[in-house]
Design a protein around this ligand. Sequence first.
Ligand code: COA
Length: 258
Amino acid sequence: MSDEVLYELDGHVATITYNRPAALNAVNGAMRRGLNDAFARFRDDDDAWVAIVTGAGRAFSAGGDLRDGAGSIGEFPGTFWEKPTINSFESGWEIFKPVIAAVNGYCLGYGLTLVTWCDFVIASDHAEFGYPEGLLGTPAIVGAIRLPQRVNWQYAMELLLTGERIDATRAKEIGLAGWVVPHDSLMDEARALAARIVKAAPLAGRAAKEVAMRSQHLSSVEAIRFGETMRKVVGTTEDAAEGARAAREGRPPEWKGR
Ligand code: COA
């Protein structure tokens, strides 16, 4: 694991931290690899049920590293023709565990692209969001794909086509952030949300997220067939039996993630 990205596990909650505060957590090649490694670790860690992603210092991330030049976030592995999609977090890597973005400051470009992938966005009242790429003469491609899926078209276009930043209040108003909280309570709020999520069965939650994600690209018949298949799979888990047993016995369930 690189120093540019930290991974910590506390109970069932992983915290992934952008850690280049002197460069406002701008993403260079090492950091991009570190992020992909951290999210792969989260995906594969059976004890990690929820992740919080945040930034060290006063920024969440100021986007791609401008000092290293245009190719700074690193070349894609393999050739373009062999790998038409980038197998990475920002390109929509398949992770069905819930992810909370705790946005502590500037959240720009590549940083915002990551946030538009997260399931929950909690913004500090210091946070600012934007896609400055247009002001640099380049398009924000993954942002252009993902932002209109998160917010109303014209607000997505406003961000993508002006390159301007919006504050946390405006981000909440347009639905980009779910909550705005005082800066000093940001991590407590994120952990409180994670604690609420881990009270529910992790595999059932993962199935619900996977069905929610995949069904957007399926016809309704296929979506229901896929969803009902997932229901049967989850029904065979130890946690499903435990949930039913705990309800019968009138006690809180103890989830194992199995
Ligand atoms: N790449 C590399 N370094 C960056 C960076 C980036 N995207 N954004 C900020 N930094 C560095 C600055 O160069 C500066 O380093 P220094 O202290 O060694 O000079 C440090 O982070 C602090 O940035 P600074 O500009 O002094 O802070 P600020 O509070 O005045 O402004 C921003 C903050 C985010 C508004 C401003 O840094 C900015 O516009 N950054 C570029 C954003 C951008 O266009 N990102 C690309 C998206 S694809």
